[in-house]
Design a protein around this ligand. Structure first.
Ligand SMILES: *Cc1c(COP(=O)(O)O)cnc(C)c1O
Length: 507
């Protein structure tokens, strides 16, 4: 029987490029994977620094040198050897303990392995007939998250490419729901209502830029986003939000959504969710919580309480490629009342005919602004299963502990001006500030960040606080230790001294 089957596998000229039961396909799969693993092992086993330190021009030139596709194909091994230098060695080593710039996490191994399975299966989440089992895995992960959030049975969610898409979806549903309730106007069918220029969205001045970007894409314009002042902890000011609401009412504006940020990009601050939930309710505003960053605290053992009243949100954004340690990309959009997904649904005869719904067939395209969509739920599934939520929570708590330690340590250093003595999540904002004065601090701090990057000593970020340049550590890696922080700060001190002695512009 099995010999008959093998005999039936036809020979084509493409057999070693596809997965199939023939010996050639399976052997090529195994050999290719082995070669990739060996190459990556080789690179990682002798990468000492988070970044090789080359300039953009140098890297651009090396990449240009390998972008030729004419001629015959070559063996995978040969191509891997060729790209090792330009691509692998010139990449940011994001899992390095001193990679601590952005909300860009070291990926968990189960997540990386998950990517391999995702690519191999290549399911597409839009319709059941392209993602049979995967549909239920994604639905199962959404159910797990509903319980973790404390969301009601009526809630629902869908995986997204990240916070940008999730925030856009939240504001889209908010806009369409408001127009429906206010004027019986169907934006999906009729476009924007006549009075659209009165529509506005409230968020804090520290909210993510994608709130404005969404407003512009929703046809409301960035001017529709009204920013509320923040308090000394960079949280939305409860006083100012009332002032703004009153002013908007007097001006005849129609605020329809209140966006709270749970983990701002720079300070990691969390807007007061319970108060904002009440304000949203009193003013009939759609309450969207952007928890792209802070959503990771759901699994924390010691800091879960920071997410109090998260479940009051009408919709929320959570990124799994941040504090859930998944490879890019992986995010989710959640909505408290699943009926709101109706504003997105469109029935295509070839994909999700209405007849399918009658037959109980689940086509997830009805809940998304995307059509073809990755089976990202699998990598989160694998990570939670293999690590277990207990260890997962400990991992997040460890990074919180390190952030607290780092703040205390920096507080004790001379020449360091620490901006957040009590980090809300795990970012640290500070600048180098020599006691003598007489130095352009913005230029000095920018130069420190650049110099560390090009020496490969540390990958840290720079940002602006009240118009001044500051440095930022985003401490996502649970393997980063206190000693890494000490070494980094010593390096910053050394670099700053060299820069100042080297005649950095004086003011
Ligand atoms: C990262 C982030 C976003 C954007 O999410 P992407 O996953 O990069 O698209 C939005 N809001 C906040 C608060 C974020 O931290």
């Amino acid at each position: 029987m099995s010999t008959d089957m093998t005999l039936k596998i036809k020979k084509t000229g493409f057999d070693s490029f596809f997965l199939h039961q023939g010996e050639e396909g399976l052997a090529a799969f195994e050999k290719g994977m082995e070669q990739v693993i060996n190459k990556l092992k080789e690179v990682y086993s002798n990468t000492e620094q988070p970044f090789i330190g080359k300039t953009p021009a140098e890297i651009e030139k090396e990449i240009a040198g390998i972008m030729n596709f004419a001629g015959k194909g070559r063996s995978l091994q040969e191509v891997l050897n060729e790209l090792e230098g330009p691509i692998l060695r010139n990449s940011l080593h994001i899992s390095h303990e001193k990679s601590m710039a952005h909300l860009h996490c070291p990926p968990l191994l189960p997540g990386i392995i998950g990517e391999c399975i995702i690519g191999t299966l290549n399911q597409s989440m839009d319709s059941w007939d392209q993602s049979t089992a995967a549909t239920y895995v994604e639905e199962g992960m959404v159910k797990w998250l509903k319980e973790a959030v404390g969301y009601p049975e009526t809630s629902d969610g869908v995986f997204t490419s990240g916070g940008t898409q999730s925030n856009y979806m939240g504001l889209l549903l908010a806009r369409d729901s408001f127009c429906q309730n206010q004027w019986g106007h169907n934006v999906q069918k009729q476009g924007l209502p006549a009075d659209f220029q009165r529509l506005c969205i409230l968020c804090s001045e520290d909210a993510h830029f994608t709130v404005k970007k969404s407003a512009s894409q929703l046809g409301l314009g960035e001017q529709a986003v009204i920013t509320v002042k923040t308090d000394e902890h960079h949280r939305m000011s409860m006083k100012d939000v009332q002032v703004v609401l009153k002013r908007l009412e007097e001006d005849g504006m129609l605020p329809f959504a209140l966006v709270a940020t749970c983990g701002t990009t720079d300070f990691g601050s969390i807007d007061p969710l319970p108060e904002l939930a009440s304000i949203a309710e009193e003013n009939s505003l759609w309450f969207h919580v952007d928890a792209a960053f802070g959503g990771g605290l759901l699994l924390s053992h010691s800091h879960r309480d920071k997410l109090e009243d998260l479940e009051k949100a009408d919709s929320m954004t959570i990124d799994f490629h941040k504090l859930f340690y998944q490879p890019v990309s992986c995010g989710v959009f959640m909505v408290k009342d699943r009926r709101h997904f109706g504003f997105l649904s469109h029935h295509a005869d070839y994909l999700n005919p209405e007849k399918d719904e009658d037959d109980g067939i689940v086509n997830l395209v009805t809940k998304s602004t995307s059509t073809t969509r990755r089976f990202d739920a699998l990598k989160l599934y694998l990570s939670l299963k293999t690590m277990g939520v207990e260890i997962f929570g400990k991992m997040i708590d460890r990074t919180m502990e390190l952030a607290r330690y780092t703040a205390e340590y920096l507080e004790g250093l001379s020449n360091i001006d620490l901006k957040n003595k009590h980090p809300e999540i795990n970012t640290i904002i500070f600048r180098y500030k020599p006691s003598g004065g007489g130095t352009d601090l913005d230029e000095l701090n920018r130069a420190i960040q650049q110099s560390l990057l090009h020496e490969g000593k540390g990958v840290i970020a720079k940002t602006a606080v009240d118009g001044e340049t500051f440095l930022k550590l985003t401490l996502l890696n649970p393997r980063t230790g206190e000693e890494d922080i000490h070494e980094l700060m010593d390096e910053i001190d050394k670099t700053a001294t060299q820069l100042m002695n080297g005649g950095l512009a004086r003011v």
